[in-house]
Write a protein that binds this ligand. Structure first.
Ligand SMILES: Cc1cc2nc3c(=O)[nH]c(=O)nc-3n(C[C@H](O)[C@H](O)[C@H](O)COP(=O)(O)OP(=O)(O)OC[C@H]3O[C@@H](n4cnc5c(N)ncnc54)[C@H](O)[C@@H]3O)c2cc1C
Length: 374
């Protein structure tokens, strides 16, 4: 197929960029109910995409990588859908067109972007240590064997996790667990430090959840340093041989310059229909989208919830029908695993913890992954 093949007059062509949490749901729905007048092209980097909820479990060693990933190559293998495993490198808002890194371009009637976000490590100190960004998650998973190798081979390894949001806390605990179960836990000098620039960990979570996790971190011997500028203290990152960067999210650099309107942080500005506020042929979801009418913290839960509305709106837009609105919840369930098969649950002001929470999370996560297995 020529990447720039034109759809015929009766067929509408929808281009999905990235196999993020919302797009896998779009694909699942289109696969179940194929639309003869709709042609789909999925452009995504890799044939598999990680499910974020299970990444800490993969780090802890509870899951194989294959168990935490959705096989998008199989999901996109249906009549009317073409998958291109390629890097998007730009958007032409007036095209509408997606520009690929290899020089090709793909035009469509509608273009939907769900490419996640990145953690920017360009400022990270380079002192011979290994610096690994947690986002994009597919690249994090690629780097993980290297981290594990270093954890195994360097006695007394010092690891800093930068950023004490839910992902940073989960990863610090998962790494601690992995260290304790590696080399039969003989490396007593290995150290994990959780570094937070702000005054407290888990900002945005209620005090009860913060207290539960502070206690667990302490019990596991993870040192928490708040109000800590990771770069302006003499001690950091000197002793750390591995830095896991979980702080802050930014849009992928190639989204800038597309001509699409963006929110204050540079993410694609979308209205309540998940449609670009400046170019109606473009839609966006997940971390890449900035919901300007109802901003919410970036999360996999939000991206998953957007999936059904995005699927519906892409079909409606293709047929010229009125679009549906996405009303994001104000509160949702968070399940934070703590390394071993134990987790903390929180929703609004309610919280709980225990092994049963981990098994509940495991059940929800594996059920989610199963929805997409073909
Ligand atoms: C360790 C960790 C644990 C987390 N746990 C949770 C949790 O338990 N619950 C929760 O709600 N959130 C969690 N999050 C947050 C969650 O990961 C993100 O908010 C979520 O993944 C966003 O999904 P998305 O759809 O925006 O894109 P992603 O899931 O990031 O997917 C992006 C997709 O786009 C593809 N792609 C990227 N760039 C390109 C390109 N240039 N060209 C082509 N394809 C591209 C990627 O290969 C990938 O398939 C966690 C995050 C981390 C780091």
């Amino acid at each position: 197929m020529s990447a720039d093949a034109e759809p015929d007059e009766t067929t509408r062509h929808i281009v999905l960029v990235g196999a993020g949490h919302a797009h896998v749901e779009v694909l699942r729905r289109l696969r179940l109910r194929p639309e003869p007048s709709i042609r789909i092209t999925l452009i995504t980097r890799t044939p598999e995409t990680p499910y974020s909820g299970m990444v800490p479990g993969f780090v802890a060693g509870h899951y194989q990588r294959s168990e935490t990933n959705i096989r998008v190559d199989r999901l996109a293998d249906f009549e009317g859908c073409t998958a291109l495993f390629a890097h998007a490198a730009g958007l032409d808002a007036d095209g509408p067109r997606v520009l690929l890194k290899d020089g090709r371009s793909v035009s469509g009637d509608l273009i939907s972007v769900d490419v996640g976000a990145v953690t920017d490590i360009s400022d990270a100190p380079r002192n011979g240590g290994l610096v690994v960004s947690v986002k994009p998650m597919d690249e994090f998973e690629n780097c993980w064997p290297m981290v594990e190798q270093r954890m195994k081979s360097e006695s007394g390894v010092q690891i800093a996790v930068i950023g004490a949001g839910a992902a940073g806390v989960e990863l610090a605990l998962a790494i601690r667990y992995r260290l304790d179960h590696m080399n039969a836990g003989t490396d007593k000098l290995a150290r994990v430090v959780l570094v937070e620039r702000g005054a407290r960990i888990l900002s945005g979570f209620p005090d009860t959840v913060r207290e539960r996790l502070t206690r667990i971190l302490l019990r596991k011997g993870i040192q928490v340093r708040t109000n800590f500028g990771a770069f302006d203290d003499d001690e950091a990152p000197g002793p750390f041989r591995i830095l896991i960067w979980a702080a802050g999210v930014s849009p992928a650099a190639w989204l800038a310059g597309s001509g699409l309107a963006s929110d204050a942080h540079g993410f694609i500005a979308v209205n309540r229909h998940l449609q670009s506020t400046s170019h109606p042929a473009f839609f966006a979801a997940g971390d890449a989208a900035g919901m300007v009418e109802s901003p919410r913290p970036k999360s996999g839960v939000m991206a998953v919830r957007q999936g059904p509305i995005l699927a519906e709106n892409l079909l409606r837009a293709a047929r010229g029908l009125p679009l549906k609105s996405f009303w994001p919840q104000k509160e949702w369930l968070s399940l934070i695993s703590t390394g071993e098969r134990y987790a903390v649950a929180s929703r609004g002001n309610w919280s709980a913890e225990g092994r049963w929470v981990w098994y509940w999370k495991n059940w929800l996560d594996t059920r989610f992954i199963d929805r997409f297995s073909v």
